[in-house]
Design a protein around this ligand. Structure first.
Ligand code: SF4
Length: 187
């Protein structure tokens, strides 16, 4: 594997993620229907966050953008919960994962420039997205969108990258991804 990607995978775990894996973007099966989960609006962010559908951009355009990259580093944060109703535990786990995504956003910008960092769900950089008040994004350099917005089924990609999508009773797992121009393998 490309040593640059190996090193990034290690760094992601040092930043706080549980595990990371890598695959070639050409092996990802993009499907615009992955956005259906967003349209169901269980999270309440549909049309209320600049990084969520439909505001984040046309799904076909984002898929084409993703296909312009060569490799994808998928990462996951697994946290224990008291029980399946532990909403506070889930929120704390999401906050920890989002911290990893934000650190990675800055690191990727400095180290790779043109990398794209995707998180779990819509951007949570601000406590309330500016979209709610019909204002422009306050921190466009910090904003991250989701894998689903790019037409990716996380459960499929997790398997390809050697990770479990669900990690046992009383756990919650969040995912993120870095898209890189670097090839997965070097000669
Ligand atoms: S940075 Fe703030 S305003 Fe911009 S998308 Fe994220 S939450 Fe919304």
């Amino acid at each position: 594997m490309n040593p640059v990607i190996e090193q990034l995978r290690e760094t992601i775990v040092e930043l706080g993620a549980t595990k990371s894996g890598a695959l070639a973007v050409s092996d990802i099966k993009f499907d615009p229907a992955a956005r259906k989960a967003c349209e169901e609006n269980y999270c309440g962010n549909y049309d209320r966050n600049w990084t969520c559908p439909p505001l984040c951009g046309d799904v076909f355009e984002l898929i084409e953008r993703a296909k312009g990259y060569q490799s994808a580093v998928l990462f996951q944060s697994i946290s224990s919960l008291k029980d399946s109703y532990d909403i506070e535990g889930m929120t704390e786990a999401a906050d920890r994962h989002n911290e990893v995504v934000r650190s990675l956003q800055r690191l990727a910008r400095d180290r790779f420039g043109d990398a794209v960092v995707l998180g779990s769900g819509g951007c949570s950089f601000c406590s309330v997205c500016a979209r709610v008040n019909d204002e422009p994004c306050r921190f466009p350099d910090e904003a991250t969108t989701s894998l689903e917005a790019y037409g990716m089924y996380v459960s499929h990609i997790a398997k390809q990258a050697g990770m479990k999508y669900i990690n046992g009773q009383n756990t919650v797992t969040y995912f993120g991804m870095v898209l890189l121009k670097e090839p997965l393998e070097t000669a």
